[in-house]
Design a protein. Structure first.
Length: 327
């Protein structure tokens, strides 16, 4: 059962959109993931739901990548294999490993577009939870004694996050909001830490399985991201139609729609998802009026924007902005 499905069952919530990964028989797109989380949040009305979900993250929720990283020798090896095989987990932003000023960081690219605060919480805090599982929670090495591995710094592109104190308490370290990208930074020496579940035989088999799966996987996420970027560029111009986007990508509309269907998304749903992602980002800017945001999203008037946003979030743009600024 998936992470969210298990949580829904445990809480006794009624969220019909939640399915197990086995039932869906495919990777989640980020649009699907965001929608599931939003439905669970609306059902539970718990601002700390992202933190609660992150505490439950285990290898069974991330498939072959979870068990592969657990079988590695060190944190560095686990990070490198996560970076290499993360495409098996989802279609969406990729994380890259960087070393800077004595810190090791995982930085998520921003080319896919705006995420949601709840999704970012689950992914970032869940990664820290999983790192603690890999290293055995209680850690003792020659340079530090600690009850648990903690991030030195957590960066989120949001200017605020729900249940920020609980979120920072789980991840540890400094919480930096309004950053250029989502990132987790650890003391670089964490990379040398051994993993408690290292198993050479399991590692060899799982690495081969992951390599085979990656080789046989069409690069649909890259195409979807490319279409998303075209939509983002054309929305303010009012030209984000499938005809225009297909022309820009030098293909027929039929080919455009077919390739999107292969990645599990329709063009209209993709445009709608991009609009809502951008709407949330624009609503954070108090200098933009609702009419201006509607125009930036390609709506001729504010009324259809209001209707679409309320349908997607169960709140009007004004209500969403007011609640966000208040919390």
């Amino acid at each position: 059962m998936s992470l969210v499905s298990a949580f829904v069952t445990e809480r006794g919530l009624s969220v019909p959109v939640v399915e197990s990964r086995a039932q869906s028989a495919k990777r989640l797109t980020f649009d699907e993931w965001w929608h599931v989380l939003e439905q669970v949040h609306l059902s539970s009305s718990d601002d700390a739901i992202g933190v609660e979900l992150a505490r439950r993250v285990g290898p069974e929720h991330v498939g072959v990548i979870g068990y592969l990283t657990l079988s590695c020798k060190t944190v560095l090896e686990a990070f490198q294999h996560f970076e290499r095989f993360q495409k098996l987990l989802y279609e969406g932003p990729r994380a890259r490993l960087e070393l800077k000023d004595g810190l090791a960081g995982l930085i998520w690219d921003t080319g896919y577009g705006a995420s949601t605060r709840l999704s970012d919480q689950v992914i970032l805090a869940g990664f820290v939870t999983f790192l603690r599982r890999m290293t055995g929670q209680q850690v003792e090495v020659d340079w530090v004694e600690a009850e648990r591995v903690e991030a030195e710094r957590v960066e989120v592109w949001w200017h605020d996050v729900p249940a920020a104190q609980a979120f920072a308490g789980l991840t540890g370290g400094e919480l930096v909001t309004g950053a250029a990208a989502n990132a987790l930074w650890f003391d670089a020496r964490v990379l040398t830490m051994p993993l408690v579940s290292h198993d050479d035989d399991a590692f060899q088999q799982l690495q081969q399985n992951a390599t085979d799966a990656l080789a046989n996987m069409p690069d649909l996420g890259q195409f979807t991201a490319l279409v998303r970027q075209q939509i983002i560029e054309h929305l303010p111009l009012g030209t984000a139609s499938q005809t225009c986007i297909a022309q820009k990508l030098a293909m027929s509309e039929r080919t455009l729609l077919r390739k999107l269907r292969q990645s599990g998304v329709g063009f209209r749903d993709l445009v709608g998802g991009v609009r809502m992602d951008l709407a949330r980002m624009y609503l954070l800017d108090s200098h933009l009026t609702l009419s201006e945001i509607a125009l930036l999203l390609g709506y001729a008037e504010q009324a259809p924007f209001n209707r679409a946003f309320k349908k997607a979030t169960d709140k009007t743009p004004g209500q969403w902005r007011t609640e966000f600024m208040t919390t």
